[in-house]
Design a protein around this ligand. Structure first.
Ligand SMILES: *Cc1c(COP(=O)(O)O)cnc(C)c1O
Length: 413
């Protein structure tokens, strides 16, 4: 008997629900025939997809291994213990909670574990790359906590460490958050630890983006410095859509209770199994090589975009992320994104520090999984600039994109 029905899903669906099957196949076609440059996306492996499509999706499992509110959990308990052990060993953490449904749920639980409504929290402001959960008025975080934003230096685009220190001394926050959706450089966790210690604050690292680079050994780990590390499992880490929390043993119980029962119900055991698969993959030399290539590709992409006249924030990158201002080519990020989408190049807009217009945010996690390397990054940058300038019309650009991605199928047959 097959471990999973996932590989046959398309066949089953085609027979039973052709309408929906067509949608799934259409999305697979879209992902493989256009260029995926969204920095938060990746192609998880067939093994991860298989775990997601397994019978574990049927199991209710409120609570934690050995202490569930439902019967019949003896096998899924083994899966969750395996995921936790693999996460702990991959990141050198004393404790891991792998139940968070998403990165945002992980942040919610971290705040629930450490804070009370009304507490003051210092975090990177949203115009500089802070996430919604870092104090947006549209998010629970901005409603329930008193966020004080720090920013980046107007000249360099780098986190303004002096401002962080000054704001921490002035506001005496209960927690300091470091982490971003768009910051392309390494974060100096030792610095944030020092400031947090000086003012008696918790340090929460929201490493949703770089955690996969940490696993691959190409980015510094927040684990030795932060009280709590929040992360996603679906970005560079290349696992299923979901979240994760790492912390020291002394906070383990508070974090676990903050996830369940405080902010979540039943654990999604199929996703947890898929996280275990991804952690296993991320511990291999092949994944370390992948992470190295992700960063090498991003550096080439940043340099090639700069050669085209696009202003690259902070002048380059240490990670998978590149943020850039296409204004010198005559359009802002929003218009550029539209032109690029019409050409089959899929990426995001982002806020630009100290500017009213928007910029572009790109990442190399997905294209690197497909096997693309330096040569392809140069080709992407040239095509991107041509499209943004309006020199290459979208029909021709689409053809070139199809030609490019045709050599790198994300799921080879
Ligand atoms: C992606 C991200 C999140 C949220 O993850 P979701 O799974 O979309 O909820 C939170 N914080 C940061 C810094 C992120 O990059």
């Amino acid at each position: 008997m097959s471990v999973t029905h996932a590989p046959q899903t398309a066949d089953v669906l085609t027979r039973q629900d052709p309408e929906l099957a067509e949608i799934l196949l259409g999305e697979l076609h879209r992902q493989s025939s256009t260029l995926q440059l969204i920095a938060a996306e990746n192609f998880c492996s067939p093994a991860v997809l298989a775990a997601l499509g397994s019978a574990l999706a049927n199991k209710y499992a409120e609570g934690y291994p050995g202490a569930r509110h439902h019967g019949g959990c003896e096998i899924v308990d083994v899966a969750e213990r395996l995921a936790v052990d693999r996460a702990k060993s991959l990141f050198g953490a004393e404790h891991a909670n792998v139940q968070s449904h998403s990165g945002s749920s992980a942040v919610l639980a971290a705040y629930a574990a450490l804070l009370r409504p009304g507490d003051t929290v210092l975090a990177l402001g949203l115009p500089y790359g802070g996430h919604l959960t870092h104090g947006s008025p549209a998010n629970f975080s901005g409603r329930w906590f008193d966020f004080v934003p720090y920013g980046v230096d107007a000249e360099t685009g780098l986190i303004d460490h002096e401002q962080v220190r000054t704001l921490a001394r002035t506001h005496r926050p209960k927690a300091i958050v470091c982490g971003s959706i768009a910051y392309p450089r390494h974060i100096d966790y030792a610095f944030f630890r020092e400031v947090a210690d000086e003012v008696g604050a918790y340090l929460i690292a929201d490493a949703a983006h770089p955690i996969g680079l940490v696993a691959g050994g190409v980015a510094p780990s927040p684990v030795p410095y932060a009280d709590v590390v929040c992360a996603t499992t679906h970005k560079v880490l290349r696992g299923p859509r979901g979240g994760m929390i790492l912390c020291g043993g002394e906070l383990a119980e508070r974090v676990d209770r903050a996830v369940f029962p405080f902010t979540q119900g039943g654990a999604q055991m199929h996703t947890i199994a898929a996280k275990a698969v991804a952690f296993g993959e991320a511990a291999t030399p092949a994944f370390a090589a992948y992470a190295h290539q992700v960063v090498a590709n991003a550096r080439i992409l940043a340099a090639a975009l700069a050669d085209e006249g696009i202003v690259v924030t902070t002048g380059g990158t240490d990670t998978h992320l590149v943020t850039a201002d296409p204004a010198p080519l005559g359009v802002d990020g929003r218009a550029a994104r539209g032109r690029l989408a019409a050409a089959g190049m899929v990426l995001d807009c982002c806020a630009l520090p100290h500017a009213d217009t928007r910029g572009l945010r790109l990442g190399t996690a997905a294209v690197t999984t497909q096997g693309m390397a330096e040569k392809e990054m140069e080709r992407i940058a040239a095509l991107l600039a041509g499209v943004v300038r309006g020199e290459v019309e979208s029909v021709r650009a689409r053809e070139e994109v199809r030609d490019l991605v045709g050599g790198f199928p994300p799921y080879p047959a």
